[in-house]
Design a protein around this ligand. Sequence first.
Ligand SMILES: Nc1nc2c(ncn2[C@@H]2O[C@H](COP(=O)(O)OP(=O)(O)OP(=O)(O)O)[C@@H](O)[C@H]2O)c(=O)[nH]1
Ligand SMILES: [Mg+2]
Ligand SMILES: [Zn+2]
Length: 373
Amino acid sequence: MTDSPHTGQSGCADRAEPPRDLVALGFSERFQALFAPLGEKGLIPGRVSRVDRGLPLVLTESGAVRAELAAHLRESADGAIAVGDWLALARPEGHDVAIVEAILPRFSAFTRKDPGDRAVGQVMAANIDTVFVMQALALNGPNLSRLERELVLAWESGAQPAVVLTKADLCSDAAALRDEVTSVALGVDIYVTSVATGEGIDELRGHIVPGLTVAFFGASGVGKSTLLNHLMAADVQKTAEVRDADGKGRHTTVAREMFFLPRGGIVIDTPGMRALALWDADEGIAAAFPDIEELAEECRFADCAHMSEPGCAVRAALEAGELDERRLQSYLRLKEELDRLAAKNDSRVRAEQAKADRTMGRQIKRFYKERGR
Ligand SMILES: Nc1nc2c(ncn2[C@@H]2O[C@H](COP(=O)(O)OP(=O)(O)OP(=O)(O)O)[C@@H](O)[C@H]2O)c(=O)[nH]1
Ligand SMILES: [Mg+2]
Ligand SMILES: [Zn+2]
């Protein structure tokens, strides 16, 4: 049976069909093992390539298919399916929509706080191996504090971050800006690139490997879709000039979507995000600020806030000129944001999370139990 791939309106040029080989879609040994008991139940595996009004478009061995959540998932997982998720689908006779029976546990997820008032996390991309944190070198150069925030979220995702600096052709001293970025992107590969000259592109291709997934994140207008088109050697995504007045982009890309590169490798292009509020980012902050976290271990008080406490090693480093004031402020701001979030949501979020975990646990137990019969 062939499914009609409703690939939506986002592309410009005709799009090549996505691969039907599961390994090319990212079905690693980990997912094969997680899926095995579900496969024995007659379910089929598929990966979410985009989500339209809550309905995932799922790529399977027999093509793309629309899917909706099974009733038992709706309550806990509604809206929680993200691009990149692996699903177990049922294909009931006579239905053209598949039913999502399970979402396989993610190995990574780029998550921000929902931009509304709701105290929930919003998964922007799941099961990603690498996050490209992208900033433009043109105009005012990279925004270091935004970069730090993006790196916190990228580290927290569980994927490996890399920084991609774009539009090197529009910038007279890329080397100096790169040095600035190096001082805040610790332990991260940094690529200086230009699609106009081709600079740096071959280097970052090293991350784009058959079966592995890279997600592009960064403000609107930094050139995410332009880089994708360059790598695809085709105009698969619309791109647009940045407005001159404020250098801000126009939010040309409106949906998160997965693309398959001609030589293998999976890319998730995303719309530029204005709000990048932290969600559950303790580990992300620790990973993004190893310099400050290391100093903090030397503070006299374990709960030192690095404000005016005696014996504060962080303040001492600041006064000795070994630590940048801007970077410390950025760190403290992110910590404070996280504390506020934790105080606000603690009880409610924990209750919701526990409920979601129970549902997943029940689901897995049920499959194993029925399989044992
Ligand atoms: N000169 C130059 N322009 C570039 C480069 N990369 C991207 N641009 C331009 O930057 C503008 C914005 O690029 P897009 O790819 O649409 O930006 P985006 O990050 O996808 O933006 P959103 O989809 O809104 O999030 C376009 O006019 C591109 O042509 C580059 O390396 N050099
Ligand atoms: Mg775009
Ligand atoms: Zn201190």
